[in-house]
Design a protein around this ligand. Structure first.
Ligand code: GDP
Length: 443
């Protein structure tokens, strides 16, 4: 692990808006040459946060386009360097001509995510915030976008840093205690304070892990798998939930063979719904493969909708993450009494009971966070937090069992280093490459 190791090389340029014909296009430049590029292109003098409307000129003084140019003097800019932005007509030809012109003025094409990477390297934001930039751009629901914005403003990092500060407090105590002999130590309040501090930190870890789990769901969505015997109405339910006719509905058993998948949003939460083959013994090779895939999809699901025909409903054993759906309730002569909160009586045909089922699914997201406080996080963050938690748990056990304090201090340091991976206070080149290569160019 190294502290921020990357060197920042050269001035970069890229189209910051989406590719293709549009009303406007925004070209962004960052680096030491930005000021000169602004001057040569616009024949205007750049002022910090100043906008000018002017011609944008090629090498032989021909006007390529007219547009609005903005200048931000580093470090008061997105990247922390001198930055300019040119808003021009959104013609791919004009954009190409301007990009070529700017490249002749000592700038090079930016790599994916390079503007944001520079912002991180120049301490304008930490790594979790940089990742939230990508999450915000890629968000497909209002709730995810608002949660990503909260992470971008540092809310997630704040929660991580709070635990890190608590570990620092614990470490400071442990290190102070290393200087005392056992006898002298008994006369101080340190041992009692240490146990109490460690207990409080442990509680904060549990909260953070739960919040991060929800934050990952808010970002990545949940996988909802529909399972059950053939002909119980799985495909009909899938179509009802997804609001279209993606899956083929047929009275012939064994119609759905491969997994059909659709991404939807339930109450603003992203959900990937999977319709699977009916679970039954079959001699048909293709159907057997379908059943195998259905079982695998069930293993990876966050929620399983276990569909049965309401008419031959027996007392089903529910798994922890499953919701029992008694379908075809329109065919019942008498409405049965439903005991469990995790059982829903519905009709995929008439739509009865579907809203209640969707509310129940949304509740899986809301359980740990309300929409006002929800944030986004990634699996990478969870791995580091869990690594930190394991190291901290070792330290905490060591404290309780009066183990050698230098070993406790070592575990605490380990926990802190793992947490620092989340915010990127410590990072490796491989880690940064993996993170920023998934960004789009111009971000
Ligand atoms: P799957 O094999 O489990 O995917 O079941 P399908 O969705 O293909 O449905 C099997 C048959 O049951 C079709 O003829 C559907 O029209 C019918 N069906 C599905 N849901 C309902 C329902 O809620 N009520 C009634 N009356 N029929 C349904």
């Amino acid at each position: 692990m190294n502290k921020k190791i990357e060197k920042i090389a050269g001035t970069i340029v890229a189209l910051a808006s989406a590719k293709g014909a549009a009303g406007l296009a925004v070209i962004r430049v960052s680096g030491a040459q930005a000021k000169e590029i602004y001057t040569k292109l616009t024949k205007q003098t750049p002022r910090h946060m100043g906008a000018s409307y002017s011609g944008l000129y090629g090498a032989n003084n021909t006007e390529i386009d007219k547009g609005v140019s903005l200048f931000f003097e580093g470090p008061q800019s997105y990247t922390g360097e001198d930055v300019c932005e040119f808003s021009v007509h959104g013609s791919p030809v004009i954009v190409e001509l301007l990009l070529e012109r700017i490249k002749t003025l000592d700038a090079r094409q930016a790599q994916p995510g390079e503007f944001t990477k520079r912002a991180y390297l120049n301490n304008k934001m930490d790594l979790a915030q940089a990742e939230a930039v990508a999450d915000l751009i890629e968000s497909t629901s209002i709730r995810t976008a608002l949660a990503a914005k909260r992470s971008l403003s540092g809310e997630f990092s704040k929660r991580v840093n709070e635990i890190s500060s608590k570990i620092t407090k614990t470490r400071t105590l442990v290190e102070a205690m290393l200087d005392f002999s056992d006898q002298d130590l008994d006369e101080t309040k340190h041992p009692g304070t240490l146990v109490a501090t460690a207990k409080e930190t442990k509680k904060s870890f549990t909260t953070l892990i739960n919040q991060t789990r929800t934050a990952i769901r808010v970002r990545d969505g949940m996988v909802l798998t529909i399972m059950g015997q053939p002909n119980v109405g799985k495909s009909s339910l899938f179509n009802k939930i997804c609001g279209n006719d993606r899956a083929i509905v047929s009275s012939k058993a064994g119609t759905t063979r491969d997994i059909v998948s659709e991404s939807i949003s339930i109450d603003g939460f992203p959900v990937r719904v999977l319709d699977t083959a009916g679970l039954r013994e079959s001699k048909d090779d293709i159907e057997q493969e379908g059943v195998k895939r259905a079982v695998e999809a069930g293993e990876f699901a966050d929620i399983i909708l276990e569909v049965v025909d309401a008419r031959d409903c027996k007392n089903k054993q529910e798994q922890d993450n499953s919701i029992l759906v008694l379908n075809k309730c329109d065919l019942l002569k008498k409405t049965p009494k439903i005991e469990s909160k995790k059982t829903h009586l519905v009709s995929a045909k008439t739509g009865k009971g579907i809203d209640g089922l969707l509310d129940h699914i949304a509740a899986y997201f809301i359980e740990a966070e309300s929409s006002e406080t929800s944030i986004t996080a990634r699996k990478r963050h969870m791995r580091s937090i869990q690594k930190a938690h394991s190291a901290f748990s070792l330290a905490e056990r060591g404290i309780k069992e009066n183990k050698a304090l230098d070993l406790v201090a070592e575990d605490l340091l380990q926990a802190q280093n793992s947490l620092a991976e989340v915010t990127g206070e410590f990072s490796t080149e491989d880690m940064l490459e993996a993170i920023f290569k998934s960004f789009c160019i111009g971000k």
